[in-house]
Design a protein around this ligand. Sequence first.
Ligand code: ZN
Length: 508
Amino acid sequence: MRVVRVTRLLACVLVTLAAADCGSSTRRAAPAVSQANDPWFRSGQEAIAEALSVERIEGRAKNVILFVGDGLDVPTVTAARIYEGQLRGQLGEENTLSFERLPYRALLKTYNTNQQVADSAGSGTALLAGVKTKAGLIGVDENVVRGNCASADGHEVSSLFGLAQQAGLATGVVTTARLTHATPASAFGHSPERNWEADADMPSRAIDEGCTDLARQLVEGVVGSQIQVALGGGRGYFLPGDADDPEGVTGLRLDERNLVEQWEHAHPRGRFVWNREQLLSIDPAKTDQVLGLFESDHMAFEADRDRSGEPSLTEMTAKALDMLSEHAAGYVLLVEAGRIDHAHHYDNAYRALTATVELAEAVELAMDRTDPENTLIIVTSDHGHTMTISGYPTRGNPILGMVVSNDASGTSKMTPTLAADGKPYTTLSYANGPSAPRRGDRADLSGFDTTGQNFQQPAAVPLAMETHGGADVPSFARGPMAHLLSGTAEQSLVFHVILHAADLGRAR
Ligand SMILES: [Zn+2]
């Protein structure tokens, strides 16, 4: 870059052509722009000034925070941005989610090695180990046969967490899904089958061949056992059926192991917590590790959360940062908004958007509490979904509402627009999923409140669950080497950017 600039300057000096592009030394005569006072024009000018002021940070990342919105694709970002703005009483489209203010962006290709549309195990492994692999595989390479324990032996890949721990960094994982679910498990686990979360999920042959379930790997594994902060759901996967569960739910384990007690025994200066109050009361100076299991299964959707009983994603992120910041060498923290995905699988945009708004709040907290000079923040997704934003709704139309379009003069018609079948339709809809009619015509939504919490947006193809989508997902980043995450790239690049920024790991 510098060589090019010097060469160009030399050309200016030697040739002295008035028309030559000599950077700031000669300015083109700028014709007047008639729309210069238009607010859209001014905001574009401000965006240029801001982009010019962004300086690359080339130092080493002491800390890394990787946020993964499970299923956070571009339509979800756009719809959540509008939704958050409308919650604030704005029209919505002009709003900006916290992570959209991060200066570097990329589009990531999410496919698995054997599947055009990704699942969270293969994509979690790409994000956290830097190699693409097959769908359903956690922390093992693509040569493994899914569900075949013996085939996984020797194919384990090094995870970001393992490399960070070897370099002396603290590690933490926070999720609203089960801690043994695909994305968090990719941080510490190796399994030829993502569904082997407890021994009860495993065929006896796999157990005989020496594979262990993901809950056990979190407590006993080389990487899992060294994690300082692990917060999420999935308590049932850690407890046997006869255990005293704090919320009275029967544990799932068949091997009679009580992994919570085992964890407490292994970490005498650690604390096990299962509700919000216990989590918030933890003193980081007196606690070396924390295991938080706030639900027997996944944690509640943000929209349904018991605000006094269960911590939010933001509260968990805050406590994780409190704990990890105690480590002078730095830390790697993975934060997953795990339930955006589940809401989409139900064709339920309301819960997907509220979970995304909560993710934006957690990112905002991390942005406020960290220094871009030494902390790399990346916000991305494992894969997309099938939700679309369509029709021609008028500006500021409720994003969860029915399409109300404009009349010929360009102003709102005020009443829902009717489709060719004489029925209204929503702005958000899904390509497939449980809300699609199995036979017959689509439902008539006339007079229906489509903005409610339990409304399932219409879908075209009837499936028991809505599927993932195969379009590229966005990433947003700031901090050391964040500029390396740009353009269109393989999803696994995220891992390599982190490795380079934090100076972790060397190829053997
Ligand atoms: Zn999913």
